[in-house]
Write a protein that binds this ligand. Structure first.
Ligand code: HEM
Length: 203
């Protein structure tokens, strides 16, 4: 009997890596626009004009792929049950050395919060990005407010993504296999997402 269980289909993983690739491309091409300190990054795109063009085009890719990813697992991130409350009350067990057990479904509350935040950030970054794209077409205050919100959401997203990458790799060994290979060890699933495991494996 296999010791693995499927967590993500190939299409879901490809979508996640498209979102990830576009996110980091936007980060690097946008840093030079954010502050002069990072103007050196423009060289990676063959100059400032190119970086701006790439930022706009990849922005469209990120907007649609990220929202599509959210719609794909909207059901899993919008449900909330008693085990989720227990998880929150005990800080997910991260602040104790003893392995606590929570009957968590496909995603824990931290993951749900992350997914909802990224979806909201995608909408805000996309809409404000549109106003910044063609600043002369809109009233000055709308463009200025958009610049502020765009920067704030950008900083917030970076913080969330750093935490996400840490927890998906070093923080919880075995998790990255889900996005690399599509399946995870059953022992990992029973430990981190027992309710989801029982539903999928029928055990
Ligand atoms: C190198 C960077 C990244 C790595 C290594 C990574 C890794 C992972 C892994 C392993 C999962 C599956 C977690 C599980 O099965 O429980 C996951 C899920 C997810 N990832 Fe990423 N990811 C990265 C970047 C990103 C970025 C940039 C975004 C969005 C902007 C993102 C959004 C999500 C979302 C929404 C989920 C589903 C909910 C969740 O698990 O929190 N990821 N990621």
């Amino acid at each position: 009997m296999s010791k693995y269980i499927e967590r993500f289909r190939t299409s879901e993983r490809v979508l996640h890596w498209i979102v990830t690739g576009s996110f980091f491309t936007l980060l690097i091409s946008g840093l030079g626009l954010y502050s002069r300190l990072f103007n050196g990054y423009f060289a990676m795109f063959g100059g400032g004009q190119n970086a701006i063009l790439i930022h706009k085009l990849v922005g469209l890719l990120f907007f649609f792929s990220s929202l599509y990813m959210f719609l794909n697992h909207k059901k899993d991130v919008s449900s909330f049950d008693d085990a989720d409350w227990q998880w929150i009350k005990k800080y997910g067990g991260y602040l104790t050395r003893y392995g606590l057990h929570f009957d968590i479904g496909k995603y824990n509350p931290g993951q749900k919060l992350f997914a909802v935040f990224i979806a909201a950030a995608t909408v805000v970054l996309g809409v404000t990005g549109l106003f910044i794209w063609s600043p002369v077409s809109f009233p000055r205050w709308i463009v200025q407010l958009s610049l502020l919100l765009h920067s704030l959401m950008f900083v917030g997203s970076i913080v969330f993504v750093i935490v996400h990458v840490y927890l998906a790799t070093i923080g919880n060994p075995g998790t990255i296999e889900a996005m690399l290979y599509g399946d995870v060890r059953k022992i990992w699933a029973k430990k981190h997402h027992p309710k989801w495991y029982k539903e999928v494996a029928g055990e």
